[in-house]
Design a protein around this ligand. Structure first.
Ligand code: FE2
Length: 190
C-alpha cells in the first residue's frame, strides 16, 4: 500500500465527505453489494430472486480511506445502505464479526433512519436506532449489521481497528436472531 510518509511516520491526512450524498470524495477502496450479492441472507429467497431479475439493484456501498491493516491504525469510511424491501424485509448489510473478535467499532449516522443490529456468539441481541447525529458504539465481540427502515439512504461514518478484518461466515448460516420488516407501513423487529 502506498502511504505517504513524513520522516519515519505515516503522514497525517484529511479527506472530504459529501454528507448529502454519503460519498467520500477521494476514497481508496469501494465495495458494492448488489441484490445478487445477498443470496442466503433474506427470509424470502423468492422475493430476492425477483428483485435480481428486475435489475439487481445496489443494496449498499462502502467507501474507505485505506490504511495499513496493522495494530494501531484506524480504518475510516462511509457505509451507504439504500432504502428498499425484499418481500417485507428491510434492506440490510450482510453483517459481520471482526476476525480479531476483541475489537470494537463506532458508527456515526449522517442521514437516513434504521437500526444497527448486534449479536454475540452466545445469542445475545441488541438493536439500536440509527438516525442523523446518532453514534452507536459496538463493543468487542458483537457482530453488527445495518438495516435501512426509511425512504432515504442510511449513511454512516465508521471507525474501527485496521487489523480487525471481517468474518461473515457464520452470519450466513446463523442469521442475526431477529429480522426487521415493514408491515403495513410499520417497522417491526421479530
Ligand atoms: Fe465492523
Amino acid at each position: 500500500m502506498n502511504v505517504e510518509m513524513i520522516g519515519n511516520y505515516m503522514a497525517p491526512f484529511a479527506f472530504d465527505v459529501d454528507v448529502a450524498t454519503g460519498i467520500i470524495k477521494d476514497y481508496k477502496n469501494h465495495v458494492v453489494r448488489k441484490a445478487s450479492s445477498m443470496r442466503g441472507y433474506y427470509a424470502d429467497a423468492g422475493a430476492l430472486e425477483a428483485l435480481i431479475a428486475e435489475g439487481d439493484p445496489i443494496h449498499y456501498e462502502v467507501f474507505e480511506r485505506t490504511v495499513p491493516e496493522v495494530y494501531g491504525n484506524l480504518m475510516v469510511g462511509i457505509s451507504k445502505l439504500y432504502p428498499g424491501v425484499v418481500g417485507q424485509e428491510c434492506f440490510m448489510t450482510k453483517g459481520h464479526y471482526h476476525q480479531v473478535i476483541q475489537t470494537g467499532e463506532v458508527y456515526l449516522c449522517l442521514g437516513g433512519s434504521g437500526y444497527l443490529l448486534m449479536k454475540t456468539k452466545e445469542g445475545d441481541f441488541s438493536a439500536l436506532p440509527m438516525e442523523r447525529g446518532k453514534v452507536v458504539y459496538v463493543p468487542p465481540s458483537w457482530a453488527h449489521r445495518s438495516v435501512n427502515c426509511g425512504d432515504d439512504p442510511l449513511v454512516s461514518f465508521f471507525v474501527y481497528n485496521a487489523e480487525s478484518g471481517h468474518n461473515y461466515g457464520d452470519i450466513e448460516t446463523e442469521g442475526f436472531i431477529k429480522r426487521v420488516y415493514k408491515r403495513a407501513g410499520a417497522v417491526v423487529i421479530e
